[in-house]
Design a binder for this molecule. Structure first.
Ligand code: PA5
Length: 450
């Protein structure tokens, strides 16, 4: 099996000679630091060996649970936010038929997501959709105290119990949470729900290869053995034992840091040419944004879907402030074949494309865009993925996670915490008069009065 590949040639030539080498050396030191646990946040490094630590017993157990869900449910609602949601959504959307949710196939449950917003209409419309339907809930929260999923779970658990009866509902409610603490654990114990543990040493955004991602992905009918197999191969390919010039994660981490620190490239745009990869970019943004955006430092991770966004963001990328770099996920082989059709009248003048595969046109759009962006002063990195499959997505996930760990360490931040996320929660609870927040409530009311 091939590995995904990294092409940095169209970014390297933006750098004065020798600068990348210096950052490769920093990346080697950073890789060693995270692999030996000598780095900030070293109590959250469990993700590094997660692929090889994942046992076949755990995978079999998850597959058995998924089978129950698939047999008993028309809809499976995955409740979670941030790292407790984006990974599974990214893999499921990447691997699914673009129109699967519109196809009437009663044998395949539809996987839906909730608890990732506080939109009243979203929840109302979801409840309406699920009315009278056979649905199950996977409740995912490491802390077990996050407001968004807690709210959605309250609503959906009650609806599931009302529609199925309490005992039957227990068969299709699973909690994935901390081994011991938090409300989700306490409720699961009280109600007798099946549970899976999020390991203490794996943070939310690094948890897609734990049951957090694996159970929803298996529920969608996808091959979690292959996902883990891909991640395992990438774990080996990006280990400190591999020569730096062959280590994809190390090279990518070094490159984005040198572009940021020496060339003022403060924004990295992740681009794809396959609409299915939209949520891979959403997952990637959280991974890098929440890991690196600290101490007033960090590349801002943005994303575009191409060629779609060439007709919206294309102008900015080509011609706006030169503070961006671009990383393209380039998929080598499309799964289907569609040929450009002939048209007798040829009013659009496109008959010269007749008989060509649509994917060939897409690839030429990709190459043409790369050349244009490089000419416009945007360093371009290509991550070549042979095809969209569980195996290669497993590789891609691990590749980015390892690069993120190395990159954050080069930057000098703790890549594994997220203290900034608490700020909005504190204000929201104060505004909602949560018991225990009296002083904050008073201060915020005074501030708003001014
Ligand atoms: O990466 C993280 O740790 C966060 O994005 C969390 O995943 C997110 O805040 C959800 O937290 P929890 O799983 O505790 O509900």
């Amino acid at each position: 099996m091939n590995n995904i590949r990294l092409d940095i040639s169209k970014a390297e030539n933006f750098l004065p000679a020798g600068t990348l080498t210096a950052y490769v050396d920093k990346a080697k030191t950073a890789l060693n630091a995270i692999e030996t646990g000598k780095c900030p946040g070293n109590d959250f490094l469990g993700w590094i060996t997660l692929p090889t630590d994942t046992t076949s017993q755990l995978l079999d157990d998850i597959k058995a649970t998924a089978k129950v869900y698939r047999e008993m449910c028309e809809y499976i609602v995955v409740v979670g936010i941030g790292g407790s949601y984006l990974g599974s959504r990214a893999v499921i959307e990447a691997m699914s038929d673009n129109f699967k949710w519109l196809k009437k196939d009663s044998k395949t449950p539809v996987v839906l997501f909730a608890g990732n917003n506080i939109g009243e209409d979203y929840l109302a419309e979801l409840q309406e959709l699920l009315k009278g339907k056979k649905f199950g809930v996977i409740n995912i929260s490491k802390s077990g105290t996050t407001t968004e999923p807690a709210l959605a779970f309250r609503l959906l658990r009650k609806q599931c119990e009302d529609q199925r009866g309490k005992e039957e509902a227990k068969k299709v409610i699973v909690s994935i949470t901390d081994a011991h603490k938090g409300a989700a654990r306490a409720m699961a114990t009280k109600e007798g729900y099946k549970t899976y543990v999020i390991p203490d040493n794996v943070g939310g955004r690094f948890s897609v290869l734990t049951p957090v991602g694996l159970l929803p992905i298996a529920c969608a009918g996808l091959d979690i053995d292959q996902l883990i197999a891909g991640a395992r191969d990438m774990q080996e390919a990006t280990s400190g034992k591999v020569k730096a010039e062959n280590n994809l994660s190390l090279q990518y981490a070094a490159l984005r840091n040198v572009l940021y620190q020496e060339q003022g490239k403060k924004i990295e745009i992740l681009a794809n040419y396959q609409p299915k990869l939209h949520f891979i970019a959403e997952w990637w943004k959280q991974l890098f944004g929440e890991s690196e955006g600290k101490d007033h430092k960090g590349i801002f991770p943005a994303s575009v879907d191409l060629t779609t966004d060439l007709h919206s963001m294309g102008q900015w990328i080509q011609d706006g402030e030169r503070s961006i770099m671009e990383t393209v996920i380039s998929v080598e082989h499309a799964d289907h074949e569609v040929l450009f059709p002939h048209d007798d009248e040829n009013l659009d003048g496109l008959n010269f494309l007749e008989g060509k595969r649509v994917d060939e046109v897409n690839k030429m759009a990709e190459l043409g865009t790369q050349l244009a962006h490089v000419d416009g002063g945007v360093p371009n990195v290509r991550i070549v993925v042979p095809q969209i499959s569980e195996y290669y997505i497993g590789q891609l996930i691990y590749f980015f996670e390892k690069a993120c760990g190395i990159s954050g360490n080069i930057l000098g931040v703790n890549a594994f915490n997220q203290p900034g996320v608490e700020a909005y929660k504190k204000n929201m609870f104060a505004l909602l008069n949560k018991p225990g927040y009296e002083a904050e409530s008073k201060a915020i009311q005074e501030r708003l009065r001014k």
